[in-house]
Write a protein that binds this ligand. Structure first.
Ligand code: C6P
Length: 406
């Protein structure tokens, strides 16, 4: 394998072996585990310089503000973006809602189209439904081919009347990576803006907003080694400058009077109230850890494990794997014939293997796959072939317990 996963696991207290043996975590697409470096950075903030930011002038308040703004610059650099466009949010969902409301309510009107894909997570579907209901805009979806890749053959037609293209970069179910740069070029030709849901790509491959050519990128810290409760919306500064705030409150204002208020400059215009300072500092530590391991190596490691996992599961009689047969990320959804995913997951848990079971917040996609739910195994930099063996052995056990034919 590309990465020394066994050695990397030592950096993650929760993944260290216990007397019961080694527990195999295969649910990193839901949330990743946290390395010592991140835990220490967060603890150091709370133990040594916990203070509100942009407010106090005493020593530790200045230090907290400095580190919070340093985190903004480091995370912006990680995605190749201008730090003035980097807004800290709670997660991907909040980042997408920010754009849907703050941009959508003022820029969409009756008959305008928001173009998504047929594989979107609810977080990149429901906010647009809510805003479409308020503005009279309509949703349209780019269809998928047999393997789950985007079918772009009708893209020019699909772009007719489109004002916003909001698409995921990597699917949280199918293991596919969408050709975002190609879609963005076509979208810009018809004057549409492009939002990329990077929740599953930013953690597992090099992502550069200039190369993607997107106007907005949303992602979550907790899926890339950082704590929960910190996420990012990056936007092109000139677009963000023209947008009204999403939430109102402390610190996002210029001057407040009973008659009205003015806003601070970006990015602070979009950060109302006390931010998650410890989370941002944790995200900076996570980004530094990821860069040390190397994003290119992480992507290749995941691809190799994803392909291996999909191939080994496909070889088992009665197991159906979704998504492409070729290159994929380390996210593999599957079903065992006649066994509910929750039962599969429970037997796997008894074998010390943690996976996710359900619709993975992608109900329309599961309807397209003609199933209500699925099992999903997802790897990260701390997984290796041994973990794939453990998964396959545990699925074999499921087949035995439930007497799956074949
Ligand atoms: N997917 C999964 O197990 P939040 O919850 O806001 O941090 O991320 C939302 C989100 C948006 N887009 C994609 C493609 C995602 O995968 C997710 C989160 C998790 O698949 C939790 S449902």
């Amino acid at each position: 394998m590309i990465l020394p996963a066994r050695r990397l696991r030592e950096d993650f207290p929760i993944l260290r072996s216990t007397e019961k043996g080694r527990w195999v975590y295969l649910d990193s697409a839901a949330t990743t585990q946290k390395p010592e470096a991140v835990l220490q950075a967060v603890e150091d903030y709370y133990r040594r310089y916990n203070a509100n930011v942009h407010r106090g002038v005493y020593r530790i308040a200045a230090e907290a503000t400095e580190r919070y703004e340093e985190a903004r610059r480091r995370v912006a650099q990680f995605i190749g973006g201008d730090p003035r466009g980097l807004i800290f949010t709670r997660n991907t969902s909040e980042a997408i809602n920010l754009v849907a409301y703050a941009w959508g309510l003022d820029n969409l009107k009756e008959g305008d189209v928001i173009l998504l894909t047929a594989a979107e997570h609810h977080s990149n579907l429901v906010p647009w439904q809510l805003v479409a209901r308020r503005t009279g805009a309509r949703l349209r979806a780019i269809p998928l081919d047999e393997e789950g890749h985007l079918d772009l053959s009708r893209l020019p037609e699909l772009l007719d009347g489109v004002k916003m293209v909001a698409i995921s970069h990597a699917s949280n179910v199918l293991g596919t990576v969408n050709p975002v740069a190609e879609v963005a070029r076509a979208a810009h030709e018809v004057g549409a803006l492009v939002l990329v849901d990077g929740a599953q790509s930013v953690p597992r491959m090099p992502v550069d907003v200039q190369a993607l050519g997107c106007d907005f990128l949303a992602f979550s810290g907790h899926k890339m080694l950082a704590p929960m409760g910190i996420g990012v919306l990056w936007g092109k500064p000139d677009i963000l400058e023209k947008m009204e705030p999403f939430l109102g409150g402390g610190e996002m204002i210029g001057r407040v009077d009973w008659e009205g208020s003015t806003w601070r400059e970006i990015p602070w215009k979009f950060e109302a109230g006390t931010p998650n300072v410890g989370g941002a500092i944790g995200l900076m530590a996570a980004v530094e850890y990821l860069e040390k391991v190397g994003m290119e190596a992480i992507a290749r490691h995941e691809e190799a494990l994803g392909e291996l996992m999909a191939r080994r599961l496909r070889e088992l009689p009665g197991v159906k794997v979704y998504g492409p047969s070729g290159t994929r990320t380390g996210i593999v959804a599957f079903n065992v014939e006649g066994v509910h995913p929750h039962d599969v997951s429970q037997v796997l848990d008894e074998e010390g293997v943690a996976i996710r079971a359900g619709h993975h917040c992608c109900q329309p996609l599961h309807r397209l796959l003609q199933v209500g739910s699925s099992c999903r195994a997802s790897v990260y930099l701390y997984n290796d072939e041994e973990d794939v063996d453990r998964l396959v052995e545990a699925v074999q056990k499921v087949r035995e317990v439930f007497r799956v034919p074949g």
